[in-house]
Write a protein that binds this ligand. Structure first.
Ligand SMILES: O=C(O)CCC(=O)C(=O)O
Ligand SMILES: [Fe+2]
Length: 325
């Protein structure tokens, strides 16, 4: 475990300090690929608390209730993934090995919202939008710091945001509630409860409720990411690493079991952004972009992929739902 000063970027006095904040965001995105933001104007501490309460209310229901919203295919955007094999009718509910998750798309487009969430639609919608807006702010800062030309008509740094529009028919962002059930309840104990991976999308916002365990690979060393209260953790995903030719770092990360997990469930919330369907993950006009496309582990680098092709490649080489040996 190396001793790294984990970046915490203060967004206060945002307009006046825009250029400084943008540079800090770019530096952290290049070097570690993970950083905290504080005073961000995104969801408040109370809204996070409320979101975790909804999550707890959903996950503590009996399994029969939860699987009524089970995903039976990975192509389904919204719904529940279980941690022990379950059937919904004659179909298997998608099963992860150590954790359970519930994915939410924009509330207005949802077809199959569990009652806990539909009863609290307004809170959920506000929280989802707050996470979305915060992601868009990060994209604007990155576009500015990378000196990508602003929109000539509006002056906005909208290169990335205009490719992640909120109200596209195809949902571009997923809000995911996660629970890692405690070891006593499952009778299992593993050292690693979310295997090492890079996220598929462009950026992820994350909050670990009260049990740490998230680690990021920094210079080949697993480094613990502390919990910083009232801060949002931001990380770069594989799609933005690919799109920026490796400039931004889609860092490997994982979750390990801490002693608390023996008796207490671990909750986290993630918000994943994915570019709109058909977006070309190439052609960024930036003086800081590397000239050459590097090699990537999971995707080919000899042709230019669209967002959909990129995702398809990642799913092909995915070990996400394969059982650990
Ligand atoms: O639960 C966490 O803290 C991290 C989860 C994660 O990395 C993911 O879902 O992609
Ligand atoms: Fe992740």
């Amino acid at each position: 475990m190396s001793d790294v000063n984990f970046p915490v970027i203060d967004f206060s006095d945002f307009e006046n300090r825009y250029a400084v904040i943008a540079d800090q965001v770019l530096e952290a995105s290049k070097n570690i690929g993970f950083f905290y933001i504080t005073n961000h104007n995104g969801p408040s501490a109370d809204q996070f608390k409320r979101a975790f309460e909804m999550s707890e209310e959903f996950f503590t229901q009996p399994m029969e209730k939860k699987i009524q919203h089970g995903k039976t295919s990975l192509n389904t955007l919204e719904g529940y993934i279980t941690y022990t094999p379950q059937k919904l009718g004659d179909k298997d509910v998608v099963c992860d090995s150590d954790k359970e998750t519930y994915d939410i798309i924009p509330v207005s487009k949802s077809q199959n919202l569990a009652s806990v969430f539909s009863e609290n639609k307004e809170d959920l919608d506000t929280f989802y939008k707050g996470m979305y807006e915060t992601s868009m702010k990060i994209f604007e800062l990155l576009a500015f710091a990378m000196k990508i030309p602003a929109n000539p008509e509006t002056g906005a740094n909208d290169y990335f945001t205009s490719r992640h529009r909120y109200d596209k028919p195809y949902a571009t962002s997923i809000l995911r509630f996660l629970r890692y059930p405690n070891e006593e309840s499952t009778g299992r104990s593993e050292d690693v409860v979310a295997s090492e991976h890079t996220d598929y999308g462009t950026i992820t916002l994350l909050s670990q409720r009260d049990i740490a365990g998230l680690q990021v690979d920094i210079d080949d060393t697993w480094t613990e990411i502390p919990i910083v209260h009232d801060a949002i953790l931001v990380n770069m995903g594989g799609a933005i690493e690919y799109w920026t030719r490796g400039l931004l770092r889609g860092a490997l990360h994982r979750v390990v079991a801490t002693p608390e997990l023996k008796q207490k469930d671990r909750y986290s919330i993630a918000f994943f952004t994915t570019p709109e369907t058909g977006v070309k993950l190439s052609g960024i006009d930036s003086p800081v972009l590397p000239e050459k496309m590097p090699e990537f582990k999971d995707v080919p680098n000899d042709r230019e992929l669209t967002s959909d092709e990129y995702m398809a490649e990642r799913f092909k080489s995915s070990s996400y739902l394969k059982k650990k040996d």
